[in-house]
Design a binder for this molecule. Sequence first.
Ligand code: 9WN
Length: 475
Amino acid sequence: MVTQVERRVRTHSWGKISEEHEELVAQAGRILRRNDMGGWTRAAPWLYPHQWSWDSAFIAVGLAHLDTRRAAQELRTLFAHQWKTGKVPHIVFNPKAPPHSYYPGADHWACAAASPDAPLAPPYTSCLCQPPVHAIAVLRIWQAAEREDEKARAEATEFLREIYPRLLAWHRYLATFRDPERSGLVTIYHPWASGTDNSPRWDGALAAVEIGEMSTYPRYDLQHVAEPSERPASTEYDRYLWLVKLIKRAGCDERAIYRSHPFLVKDVLFSAILVAANDALLEIAEVVEASDEERELVEGWAGRGRKGLEKCWDEKLNLCLDYDLRADKPLRARTVAGFAAPLIAGRQSLERLAALLSELDSPAFAGHPNLRWPLPPSTSPKERGFDPRSYWRGPTWPVINWLLWYSLLQAGEAERAELIRRAALDQISSNGFAEYFEPFTGEPLGSNSQSWTAAVVLDWLLSDPLRKPQSKRSE
Ligand code: 9WN
């Protein structure tokens, strides 16, 4: 892959990148090569030795710049484990992962294979899911192939034809099983499904979960980080594992979970990513010449999603809020999801866009005077649950920066997007390919050699800045 990296840098048609960035590209390529398990990529070498769903999508975005065929394979492998309902599982477990490396692992989730909807096992999968970045990644692969030769383009088109029905089934699953109310908002059953696990977004809903009898469990994750404070606390883990126990008890059956589960939340970030993914799916539908009926369906999902998100807007906080279905009230927490969600969903009015950008640039987020880099902390330093070292409770995350950058470009805010790209690249080039960073000191935290961090660096440095997306504001 190093040669691919070198070739890619050399054939970079829109001008030379700096030597420092060239080195960063080479490092990113090496990380992805080391984490490559042959057809799929582990999320990180020690802490996450399996295939994670939204990690794989980001990884494919990065790989698209090195080898479009390998990028396509990343998603092919993941979608080979799609459930009959259309669900893409949040983890596909690596049968060769070292024992005692990750908990809860395949043994714990093996029960999921008993569901009539589960794919053939092994490998086993979890029965949760994660934000649907996949269609965005597929489109990125196709765009990268467009810049290559005839053969690459033909192969990418073939890949789009193959993956399109699977993406459609995945989005249909989210629009139906995960939104029986037809609200446009996706319901999650577990904080792990949000991808922002211990964010204060979930504190209110988790506090109401009463834990029953549970056996003790290992915290293998803690052996892979410098300090336990970088990972979720044991009070949070107790609830995570209790919720898993209830999901297993319900036989991983969607309807049974919906009826009885104590944690049932409409997640605005997940829902916004689905809107952006539906926009991407529409572009894919055009390439594969899908039927008008299917295009209308996807368009309808995107429209419903935007309307649903609009209803979650909180005028006072200037943020979009998640909704607790069990308590029947919004979850009031000042986190990056609050302004990222409408930006990601796109097509905001000029007035709303201005409100979102002012929130992003305010001292509550990227404008906080003590930040090492002007990048939004995952949780606002003004929020009660803020903790600058703890996982999603304060650190900055490169993939969130990527989503913001991507959405700002879509919104026609190229200059604002560029500030994020530069700051995020500087952060990684100074302090390494960490999973997340302490926002005030810039200290790398969590896992190192994190695959999706490497992937977004490749996209930031190798994607074509001349391809300016159209601004799609609503009237
Ligand atoms: C649980 C792999 C995953 C990411 C998530 C991140 C973290 C897992 C964990 O790691 O979650 O799914 O064990 O903490 O929160 O976003 O996909 O990188």
